[in-house]
Design a protein around this ligand. Structure first.
Ligand code: AMP
Length: 190
């Protein structure tokens, strides 16, 4: 299996690049943010709970997120592999993901981290707000909170994969196609 963690701060291009990677490598795309938004739209209990955190730009609690992710992975028994987009965002989530994959006799192949500087992220999210319809894109204070949460809670997850020799940094600035090519090269050189 090819199991990729696509990592990076909000606005780094994880969603855009995931679309291309699933197409090229035939992987299942699991975006925890997308799944939470679908639950909000469907007015499920999970959606209601997630919304209270997402609206502030805070993380949904680990237990809730991990259980949700597990049940999504288990829905795809015959997958060739997965792209985890927006997950794991804490070390507890990374540990749970390792345990889950190990119980399925597989593991994370690599973490690809899109590297984009903070000013550029703010610019991109401001532009995205014009069409995304996402409340958490619309308010600069919430955007800043998401960036801060990334720095404090999520960025340390990098070390988790570095320790396993699975971390690869990818320059996330430039044309979308150029960035895709960098990702393909990293994957094909594995
Ligand atoms: P995203 O679409 O990845 O930008 O995620 C949007 C929001 O969903 C985040 O700001 C969090 O509130 C929540 N979220 C998504 N993924 C996770 C996760 N792995 N752990 C906790 N919260 C998450």
């Amino acid at each position: 299996m090819l199991n990729i963690v696509l990592f990076g701060p909000p606005g780094a291009g994880k969603g855009t690049q995931s679309e291309r990677l699933i197409e090229k490598y035939g992987l299942v795309h699991l975006s925890t943010g997308d799944i939470f938004r679908a639950n909000i739209k469907g007015e499920t209990e999970l959606g209601l709970l997630a919304k209270s955190f997402m609206d502030k730009g805070a993380l949904v609690p680990d237990e809730v997120t991990i259980n949700m992710l597990k049940s999504e992975v288990l829905k795809h028994e015959n997958a060739k592999g997965f792209i985890f987009d927006g997950f794991p965002r804490t070390n507890a989530q990374a540990t749970a993901l390792d345990e889950l994959l190990s119980s399925l006799n597989t593991s994370i192949t690599m973490m690809l981290a899109l590297d984009v500087e903070e000013d550029e992220l703010r610019e991109r999210l401001k532009k995205r707000a014009e069409f995304s319809g996402r409340p958490d894109d619309a308010d600069p204070a919430i955007i800043q909170n998401r960036i801060n949460v990334y720095k404090n809670e999520t960025a340390p997850v990098k070390a988790f994969y570095e320790a396993q020799n699975k971390f690869i940094s990818i320059q996330g600035i430039g044309e979308i196609d150029e960035i895709s090519t960098r990702l393909y090269q990293a994957i094909d050189n594995r």
